[in-house]
Design a protein. Structure first.
Length: 148
């Protein structure tokens, strides 16, 4: 995470907790009115790439400027079949390499521009490494239950 963005977020959070921040928030809501929750959502706009991917996989026809001929149920079924097939291939790959007595590949993945941020073993960011039977070189020296 970018240090500057973190500090800006913390400062904004602190300001909103002060009486001035709360008054400013109330003023914005009173001027613009509170948003009402719709009963049926027809179109959505994704606020960023993760949201776009999530919405596209589940309800592509509701995304603004992302046309699709499939219904949400058909798309979900198609993706479920594909996912099962892909997970089976990964499990078969890991099993075949263990059966052949091959040493697991050692893998390092990066999540930042400078390459210094990574997902530790067992994290959601490195699940695919373990699924393939490979070794995450960013494995902590302590047990999984250390932080519990």
């Amino acid at each position: 995470m970018n240090r500057r963005a973190l500090l800006k977020g913390m400062l904004a959070g602190i300001v909103m907790l002060t009486p001035i921040g709360r008054a400013f928030t109330k003023e914005l809501i009173s001027q613009n009115g509170a948003l009402k929750t719709p009963n049926n959502i027809h179109k959505v706009y994704a606020a960023g790439p993760p949201a776009a991917v999530f919405l596209y996989t589940l309800v592509p026809e509701k995304l603004i400027s992302w046309p699709s001929a499939m219904s949400a149920e058909a798309r979900a079924e198609q993706l479920a079949i594909y996912s099962k097939r892909l997970l089976k291939r990964a499990a078969d790959f890991a099993l075949a390499h263990r059966a052949n007595g091959q040493r697991p590949a050692r893998i390092y993945t990066t999540r930042s521009n400078d390459g210094l941020e990574t997902g530790l073993a067992g994290s959601i960011h490195s699940e695919v490494i373990e699924l393939l039977g490979c070794h995450n070189v960013a494995s902590p020296p302590y047990s999984k239950h250390y932080w519990a």
